[in-house]
Design a protein around this ligand. Sequence first.
Ligand code: IPE
Ligand code: IPE
Ligand code: MG
Length: 253
Amino acid sequence: MGLIRRKVHTNHGAKKPEDFVKLPNHVAIIMDGNGRWAKKHRLNVAMGHRQGVETLREIIRHTDDLGIKSLSIYAFSTENWNRSPEEVGALMQLILDFFASEIDELDEKNVRILILGDKNGLPDKQRDALMEAERRTGDNTGLNLNIAVNYGGRAELTRAARELAAEAAAGKIAPDDIDEKMLADHLYTRGQGDVDLMIRTSGEMRLSNFLLYQCAYAEFLFPTVLWPDFRVSDYDDALTAYGGRERRFGKRL
Ligand code: IPE
Ligand code: IPE
Ligand code: MG
């Protein structure tokens, strides 16, 4: 069975910005359920991931159409290295394919790509492709598309701690200068603000080490649909549900 290519530009029924009472500035998505989708369709797990990329293309487009400022997606965690070499290899190949096929359109749409995670821990080809995507789109001013590859929230915080310690040891800052803002400025997402809405598909209800610091006050949604089956309409439903959430940030409203 081949890849199910969907017509992406015929988003009939997709919502427009004015259809929402409020939209998040920063959406994060844990794309989960590719393996279960493949199993359900008696396909190799790699096919589940390939189909997942099709969903991702649509979701990025719709996020851009809605004018949402930042989208952070979890593509490969520091823990995903523990999967079989075949599956890791398939995911690495998909990362290359994704950038090769999407970069022109994303750049044309003024999307700025930022990689969250340790690029140096990736094979050379992947590292080079990710660095090139960041370089090419670095001055773009549209959607911030953050793609987490070889990313872990704890690794990100550890790295920030190490950088701050080095600055303190070099006498550039005093330990007492370190505040939440300075710490946030040492995260990959610096300058982009906290996650407003975190979506994880497939019904799993956990963070799996994604954006630990940035999700302190995020609203969470856990649609049960598997990622390859997640449609723009499901995304619109999640965004509508977000609009109905009362965010208190500790205050009594
Ligand atoms: C998420 O899908 C994609 C990645 C981890 C890259 P999974 O492969 O985790 O799907 P399930 O959880 O096995 O269904
Ligand atoms: C989180 O999903 C990582 C990505 C979606 C890239 P996992 O499927 O790897 O997480 P766990 O193992 O179920 O927590
Ligand atoms: Mg999973």
